[in-house]
Ligand binder design. Structure first.
Ligand code: AKG
Ligand code: FE2
Length: 365
């Protein structure tokens, strides 16, 4: 007899498109995580190799068992975090029309402002109850100091990012934060290499001109009974790793375990949330998990967060790492070019953007 389909399931969007996971109970329960582990990065750049290796092992364990961790001593200055929180709150407090001047549809790279309900990850809802400001790698911006030999043919004609004129310190503070997040991402890359038994500098080339974006987010509160909307529907990130800074105290981020249960990832003082994205999951042949998560702000308070998505440069081929294949094992995923795959995911998620419509008309997505 065919196995009865589970009555309850979680629907989410990840690398392979729309997927479901049954919600398990009783005898069906699998061993899985019930909380997000914490890793202290104090020794991440120690002069002593064994100390760096010990941190790498903890990162590897958390990425294998959970796909998420809380990072302590990540090196992003508290004063900078306060200043970036202020400019982000001030930006979202601007009149709607002011913010719409930099709507994402005006950028060929889909950067700028995204109003409430612009995206709709979960098609059972009216949309994602969040507004966002997105910026990313843009070789035409002087702050980014693109290498002289960067292949511009893989980029649309600029400008790509769009900036508000107010708050005055917005652009400079966002760039300051991006540089700090980039510093921690570079440290993480080396630990990830060690965690999968590769030379420490194995991934350094990915950070030369990475697809590195910041996304500032504002989630108004929603009623607990309101399942017509959600802050951000269940998804996995299309990144190598993501660093999420929960700027305010409202708990709202939730992480899906193997039993289809949502595990809360509330803000923890002085920490960043670090999670595995789809590129790293593919490269490790699923050893590290790009764990599904969502945001549901039923705290009653406004919530602000700042996510930094780190992905390799456009031209990097994402292929299975030699140390993640046992003897005779074959890769689960074909090789992909990082830039092409990321752009396709982005276009699929922004159905109303002119570039997304054009790509659909050409049958590309
Ligand atoms: O706001 C958050 O805590 C997470 C945001 C997120 O998951 C995303 O933007 O991909
Ligand atoms: Fe995410």
């Amino acid at each position: 007899m065919a196995r009865k389909a589970s009555l309850l399931e979680v629907v989410f969007h990840a690398g392979k498109g729309k997927q479901t996971r049954p919600v398990l109970s009783g005898a069906d329960l699998k061993p899985t995580f019930e909380h997000i582990p914490t890793v202290d990065f104090r020794n991440a750049t120690s002069d002593v190799f064994e100390e760096r290796l010990a941190v790498a092992r903890e990162v590897g364990k958390a990425f294998t068992e959970v796909g998420f961790l809380y990072a302590l001593n990540h090196g992003i200055d508290a004063d900078l975090q306060d200043r970036v929180t202020t400019v982000i709150k001030d930006f979202f407090a601007l009149p709607h029309d002011e913010k719409m001047k930099i709507h994402i549809n005006k950028s060929p790279a889909i950067k700028g402002y995204e109003p409430l309900l612009e995206t709709r990850i979960d098609d059972k809802t009216r949309g994602d109850l969040k507004e966002a400001f997105n910026m990313a790698d843009d070789p035409y911006e002087p702050e980014q100091k693109a290498p002289a030999d960067l292949d511009l043919s893989t980029y649309p004609v600029g400008p790509l990012n769009q900036w508000p004129t107010e708050p005055a310190a917005f652009r400079s503070t966002i760039y300051e934060y991006r540089a700090a997040a980039q510093g921690f991402a570079a440290v993480l890359l080396r630990l990830i290499a060690l965690a999968v038994d590769l030379p420490e500098n194995y991934f350094d080339h990915m950070a030369v001109f990475p697809m590195a974006g910041l996304r500032a987010l504002h989630y108004p509160p929603q009623a607990p009974s309101d399942d017509d909307v959600i802050g951000i529907g269940a998804h996995a990130d299309y990144s190598w790793v993501t660093l999420v800074n929960q700027l305010t105290s409202a708990p709202a981020l939730e992480v899906l375990n193997a039993n289809g249960h949502w595990v809360s990832a509330p803000p923890v003082k002085d920490s960043l949330v670090v999670n595995v994205g789809d590129f790293l999951e593919r490269a490790t042949n699923d050893r590290f998990v790009s764990t599904v998560h969502r945001v549901r702000n039923i705290s009653g308070a406004q919530r602000f967060s700042l996510a930094y998505f780190f992905s390799p440069s456009h031209e990097v081929m994402i292929r299975t790492l030699p140390t993640c294949l046992a003897e005779g094992e074959t890769p689960k995923y074909p090789d992909i070019k990082a830039g092409e795959w990321q752009r396709e995911r982005l276009l699929r998620a922004r159905v109303n953007h002119p570039a997304s419509k054009a790509a659909r008309e050409r049958g590309e997505i």
